[in-house]
Write a protein that binds this ligand. Structure first.
Ligand code: ADE
Length: 286
């Protein structure tokens, strides 16, 4: 098992649903939750990937990790997925909204279809799961919801659609944390920085882009899926009982420093002119 600061059995008796749980950060969170005693259900849009991941995670953890095919954009499927889980295990204690997707494109080349797909998956899909899990389980039994977003604080050039959706999820996180605080539902967001995960391979030249970005990260390295999962474990656990409505960056300092996007300089820069009032004229101005 991954080196962990948590006790093996901290999630005994807990039921956790992880969307986008077949690959990358999602699979690692599923692995760690199951390794610490949770009954984990992973959901993904792709049936073959989910079956292979559920079998692999079950073998690795010695727990039965269940796989469910679920398109988070399809409200009826989401409703049925949640009701099947609640019928079988009685509740959902932990929901990790990790399923999502996007593509890199200069803003002016994003077509309507692409924009709608990213918003429907990353914003509305997260809402679909959150609402169903709340009304079918957490408003009665409490629970912890974790939304996986991205570094939104400085914008995200090349991903206008996704950063707009993720910022929406973060606003939803804060809003629901207040509305549901007295229902014993905590809801937090995690913003992974540049993480060495299989997700990087979804972008053309993703690995090369990660290499180029590395010098712009104060820690000069990529994060790992294990590091992100450890934060998710803490936020899922009772150790975080008083933590809600927060957005947690895990990024080696990336959100604070470094170039994001190459902005070309004009061929010739205008000289710097600092204006002054007539009564401030200095000898230099004459
Ligand atoms: N990952 C990317 N798109 C998804 C979708 N529509 N449903 C579930 N997981 C996804």
């Amino acid at each position: 098992m991954t080196q962990s600061i948590f006790k093996d059995n901290i999630f005994d008796g807990k039921v956790a649903l992880v969307t986008g749980g077949a690959t990358g950060i999602g699979a690692e969170m599923a692995f760690q939750l199951a390794s610490h005693g949770a009954q984990v259900i992973i959901a993904s849009r792709k049936a073959d990937k989910i079956a292979a991941a559920a079998a692999g995670l079950s073998k690795l953890t010695g727990q039965t990790v269940e796989g469910r095919e679920c398109n988070i954009r399809d409200r009826e499927t989401v409703k049925n997925t949640v009701s099947d889980i609640v019928d079988q295990w009685g509740k959902i204690d932990i929901l990790i909204n990790n399923g999502g997707g996007q593509f890199m494109s200069p803003a002016e080349h994003i077509r309507s279809k692409g924009w709608d797909a990213v918003i429907e998956t990353n914003l509305t899909g997260t809402w679909n799961l959150t609402k169903q899990v709340a009304i079918q389980s957490m408003l009665k039994n409490g629970g912890s919801i974790i939304n996986i977003t991205m570094l939104t604080g400085r914008g995200f050039p090349g991903m206008t659609h996704s950063v707009a959706a993720r910022a929406g999820v973060e606003a939803m996180t804060k809003t629901l944390a207040i509305e549901w605080a007295q229902k014993n539902i905590r809801i937090n967001s995690i913003q992974p920085g540049i993480i060495a995960s299989s997700g990087m391979r979804n972008y053309p030249h993703g690995v090369a882009i990660a290499e180029q970005t590395r010098p712009e990260i104060p820690m000069k390295r990529l994060g790992t899926c294990q590091e992100v999962a450890q934060l998710a474990l803490f936020l899922s656990s009772d150790a975080a009982q008083y933590v809600t409505g927060q957005v947690w960056a895990i990024d080696g300092g990336r959100s604070l420093w470094g170039k994001q996007w190459p902005l070309p300089n004009p061929k010739q820069m205008e000289p710097v002119v600092i204006p002054s009032w007539p009564w401030e004229q200095t000898d230099e101005d004459n």
